[in-house]
Design a protein around this ligand. Sequence first.
Ligand code: HEM
Ligand code: HEM
Length: 176
Amino acid sequence: MTTTLPPESQPGQPPKKKSNATIVNMVLDSCTFVAFILAMQPHGTGIPIHEWGSVALSFAIILHLVLHWDWISGITRKLLSQLPTETRLGYLLNLIFYIDMTVIILSGLLISKSVLPALGLSVDEHAGPWRRLHGLSADAGIVILALHVAMHRKWIVNVFQRYVWGRLTGQAKAGR
Ligand code: HEM
Ligand code: HEM
């Protein structure tokens, strides 16, 4: 995909700002990944943690979209002109992911037993269809997440090699 790694910063030169952004993305992406996997186990974590954790995850995803706003607006503007097929597929997958996340969160709120009552709001007593929709959209979400992560596998491997493995072993190489 189009997200690339910045070159390692040289003494006295500015690319550090870009590598800071990469580290922010790495930390945020890792946290949202773990949060999504935990959200798939509502009975393992308990419902209050499931609900409040998922609300926090929703804000993390909004931040994820803000951090990639240049990519989103740039590709949206170029949709009618020529674009590589891989970029178009990535865009389509991201769009489906966005719609699915919206359905998961809204249906989750409609069956909420913890978050909405805490805010003094009551929810539908006949939540059966919303619960089914919530479960189905969550199952679709894990499949889409797997594809989303697979599309960014090179970025993930490079970033972990450079910023995690490289730092741990002291073997970070310039430009990798
Ligand atoms: C739920 C957990 C998610 C994880 C773990 C995740 C992970 C990632 C990773 C690893 C990247 C590439 C590295 C980067 O620049 O940050 C990325 C890019 C991106 N993600 Fe996500 N993402 C998630 C959810 C979403 C959702 C729900 C959307 C909704 C549209 C989304 C849209 C994007 C966009 C637009 C990009 C940049 C463009 C691209 O190269 O595809 N992500 N994400
Ligand atoms: C990424 C976000 C989320 C994911 C991946 C997710 C996933 C799931 C899954 C897989 C189930 C089990 C479905 C079933 O048994 O058929 C579930 C149940 C549930 N979820 Fe979520 N959910 C998310 C967000 C939310 C939110 C934001 C809320 C409410 C604020 C919520 C409230 C609930 C409730 C009340 C249940 C039913 C628990 C029960 O009594 O069995 N979820 N969720």
